[in-house]
Design a protein around this ligand. Sequence first.
Ligand SMILES: Nc1ncnc2c1ncn2[C@@H]1O[C@H](COP(=O)(O)OP(=O)(O)OP(=O)(O)O)[C@@H](O)[C@H]1O
Length: 339
Amino acid sequence: MIELRHIQKVFHTPKGDIHACQDVNLTIQTGEIFGVIGYSGAGKSTLVRIINQLEKQTSGEVMIDGEDISLLNPKDLRKKRTKMGMIFQHFNLLWSRTVQKNIELPLEIAGVDKEIRKKKTRELIELVGLQGRENAYPSELSGGQKQRVGIARALANDPSLLLCDEATSALDPDTTEQILDLLKDINHKLGITIIMITHQMEVVQKICHRVAVMSEGKVVEVGRVKDIFEHPQHTVTKRFVRDISSKIDDDKQNENLKKIYPNGILLRLTFDEDISRQPIVSRVMKETTLDISIVSGNLTNTIDSSFGVLIVNVLGGTKQDYENIIQKFQDYHVIVEVI
Ligand SMILES: Nc1ncnc2c1ncn2[C@@H]1O[C@H](COP(=O)(O)OP(=O)(O)OP(=O)(O)O)[C@@H](O)[C@H]1O
């Protein structure tokens, strides 16, 4: 069990003090997948670095299984840290080492015997699904594969805790889903406690058991993911929940539209403030022989700007014609998404 008690972290900077963590109290149970969500600058990374003591708190206690690890001497702390794996947004792999050698690195540092290292690396490669890629270099891998190497390397010393700092933020939605499935699997198979630092509510929704919401260095809300989704209390939490709900609505809406308009292509056109008042659609219509029909539209006004989204169905063309239409809209600086 991890207990953070009254954690304060103040960075003294020439521009003044920054209170990155303010009286943070959290209890994370063994075997739990625990999310920490917050917008940029909320203090999430600082908190995770305090958990593994890469950053020392200004005050407060970091209790792991009943022991305040901030009181450990450097040697014992290093030993403790080998039981805390960490994965990062940008993977932090060594580019001159192959997949196998990257995964082996923590074992080499720990002085593990060569044969045992090889055996362990083989098991980890299998666990993360990278069989056949052992001798590839990171530059030859996709983002998802790189993160799999990062995960395998983090698991090399059989940690009881895995810290994930924005582990899926650099990945596309499908790859994110695969990596989250892998983490869920690892949590289930190995019983490892996982802490997910993220600004993506989808991540929390998909794999976390409980979540803490951080804002301006404080934990403003903590609870079971289901409860947080159903009854968000704090303004920041409400924003996160609202953002993801509208995204789910969008996905549902897209599926419905594809059923209603099975022919041609459906485009979501996003206009920003500067172009939303220009007759772009009629200009594009004049430049093409294809049929363009407006399916739905919405112009949203904010306090000092406006932006618009228009969904159109384009019919009667070849793949190349559709690509040309997309290009025409893009030439007018419209953001085009094929639904
Ligand atoms: N080493 C440092 N020196 C000075 N200020 C720092 C340092 N590290 C973090 N901060 C400040 O502490 C606050 C919290 O930063 P932190 O990186 O923990 O937030 P975050 O929620 O992880 O956001 P992000 O996702 O953008 O990194 C920010 O105002 C940041 O500028």
